[in-house]
Write a protein that binds this ligand. Structure first.
Ligand code: N01
Length: 491
């Protein structure tokens, strides 16, 4: 059996998981490309103050690389990135990394059944399998507000934090109040003289206590057999219960919503501020946020929460719809990511030269979030409809990595192209579920401009594990290489 060459694009969580499972399956001829100089993906890029996971690390870590010495439940960004670099070393991936190397285009060669990758700078690389592992939240977005370029102060996006710039004593404007902003606003408010927080939509919030583990707790986790596994399993069950609530289990959903409302009432006594922070949409529609520091930060004397729409950036500040100008030395954009491009800015051309961007014109879609008709031997990691409203994305990523390993072992010099009817039927079934989901009930980054939920998986994590457990050969068309041209013999 010939083993394939695999090109993994991205050295974040999903790229590393893909490589580990390929290694385990004996597919050792692979390269992990990343345009960044280090592994980590979003956990390398997002270095804003307060950056941390909001799913406990003992679940937000690989099942095959468990650690018992996390310093606190939700680890800070640098600890997660070190963990990822440690995984790369421990599983022998480090020699397979090609960092600071950007793949600009991947083109399917139909004759030779190979992907030809263009590397920025002119080099090319060939592989049998293309594994885009580019993440859903890796391209930062700054809204195109009028006057943005005229601002004379400092401005940066939360995912491109300017650590050279000192915010101490400054007037800072923060635009956006999503999962990133609620993490960086509390530490920024401790430094800045004044912070204006521009909120477009309030979020449902739950507390996230995150004290460092006591010595006895760390000792127990290290010393008591099965305890680590038990807490991991119980957190997984808690997350599945959240999903149960989001899927319409009304009493459970009401209980979570009541908890969130009670938390707001307990933390914010001022009725005017509380009204501004009260969501008017279904619980769970937007990403539920977890913070025990955000409401406190908003009530500091140096912080104002502003809810008039931002209409313009002026040379010296931010103008809102009521006409007021709010002076700022620095603007921090906590405005999220281009979450629907999946592989952007890389261009992918499949059978007949068709671009993936064109195939996804009506919204990104992939069979099980991984394979797309007309793009043989391309297996997406963390592709369309594999994100979770709540849960650990690593559970999904590991399932994809195991599927990829099966895929790679099955090829033996051939290529697999998912059948269009199979992909169409699975997409339609999933979209039928998603049309009934909570995520269609408000504006959220989970939906594209046409209102199609393109990011999220509709069900439980365990349902995805079941769906991806074994690759069904009948779902794929098998392609064989074109016969070699007969040699012309001249007398
Ligand atoms: O981005 P977001 P993020 N004028 O898109 C607002 C993950 N994550 O970087 O809600 C004014 O969530 C926008 O307002 P609205 C997590 O999955 C995980 O915070 O659209 N405001 C919103 O408030 C998360 O969901 C962790 O009305 C504008 C904000 O900007 C995802 O990353 C930590 C605007 C964008 O929020 C993205 O989070 C951090 C405009 N023109 C992030 N445009 C963990 O803990 C946008 N906004 C694991």
């Amino acid at each position: 059996m010939s083993t394939p060459t695999v090109a993994i694009i991205g050295a974040g969580m999903s790229g590393l998981a893909a490589a580990v499972e390929l290694e385990r399956a004996g597919v050792t001829d692979y390269v992990i490309f990343d345009k960044a100089p280090e592994v980590g993906g979003v956990w390398r890029a997002n270095t804003y103050p307060g950056a941390a996971c909001d799913v406990p690390s003992y679940l937000y870590s690989f099942s095959f690389a468990q650690r018992r010495d996390w310093t606190r439940p939700c680890s800070p960004q640098d600890e997660i990135q070190r963990y990822m670099a440690g995984v790369a070393d421990r599983f022998g991936l480090t020699p397979k990394l090609r960092l600071s190397t950007e793949i600009t285009k991947a083109t399917w060669d139909e004759q030779r059944l190979r992907w030809v990758l263009d590397i920025a700078g002119g080099e090319t690389f060939e592989a049998d399998i293309l594994v885009p592992a580019c993440g859903q939240l890796s391209v930062p977005v700054t809204p195109n507000l009028p006057g943005r370029e005229t601002f004379t102060g400092t401005q940066f996006h939360s995912a491109e934090w300017n650590h050279e710039h000192n915010l101490r004593g400054e007037r800072v404007s923060v635009i956006g109040t999503g999962a990133s902003a609620v993490q960086f606003i509390p530490p920024v408010a401790e430094q800045a003289a004044h912070v204006d927080v521009f909120q477009r939509t309030p979020a449902w919030m739950l507390p996230r206590r995150n004290n460092a583990y006591a010595g006895w707790a760390r000792a127990a986790i290290r010393g008591v057999p099965g305890l680590q596994r038990l807490r991991r399993m119980s957190m997984l069950a808690t997350m599945e219960t959240f999903i149960f609530a989001l899927r319409g289990a009304k009493p459970v959903k009401r209980a979570f919503q009541a908890w969130s409302s009670a938390y707001l009432r307990m933390k914010v006594r001022d009725p005017e501020l509380r009204a501004k922070l009260t969501p008017d949409y279904a619980f769970g529609c937007k990403r539920i946020l977890f913070s025990s520091a955000y409401y406190e930060a908003l009530q500091r004397p140096n912080v104002d929460l502003l809810t008039d729409a931002v209409t313009e950036i002026t040379p010296t500040g931010v103008r809102t719809a009521d006409g007021a100008e709010h002076p700022a030395d620095t603007i921090i954009w906590g405005t999220g990511f281009a979450a629907h491009a999946f592989v952007a800015p890389m261009e992918v051309a499949g059978r007949g030269g068709r671009l993936l961007a064109d195939a996804w014109d009506g919204g990104a879609r992939a069979h099980l979030g991984m394979t797309v008709p007309g793009f043989p031997n391309m297996v997406l990691m963390y592709g369309p409809n594999t994100n979770l409203g709540v849960g650990s994305i690593l559970v999904m990523i590991e399932a994809q990595a195991r599927y990829l390993a099966q895929y790679a072992r099955r090829l033996d010099g051939r290529a697999l192209d998912v059948r269009a009817d199979v992909a169409g039927a699975s997409d339609e079934a999933m979209q039928a579920e998603l049309r009934e989901s909570v995520w269609t009930q408000c504006e959220t980054w989970y939906k594209d401009d046409d209102g199609r939920v393109v990011n999220n998986w509709p069900g439980y994590m365990r349902a995805y594990l079941r769906a991806t457990k074994s690759l069904e050969p009948a779902e794929y068309e098998t392609l064989t290489p074109a016969p070699a041209e007969p040699e012309v013999v001249t007398a």
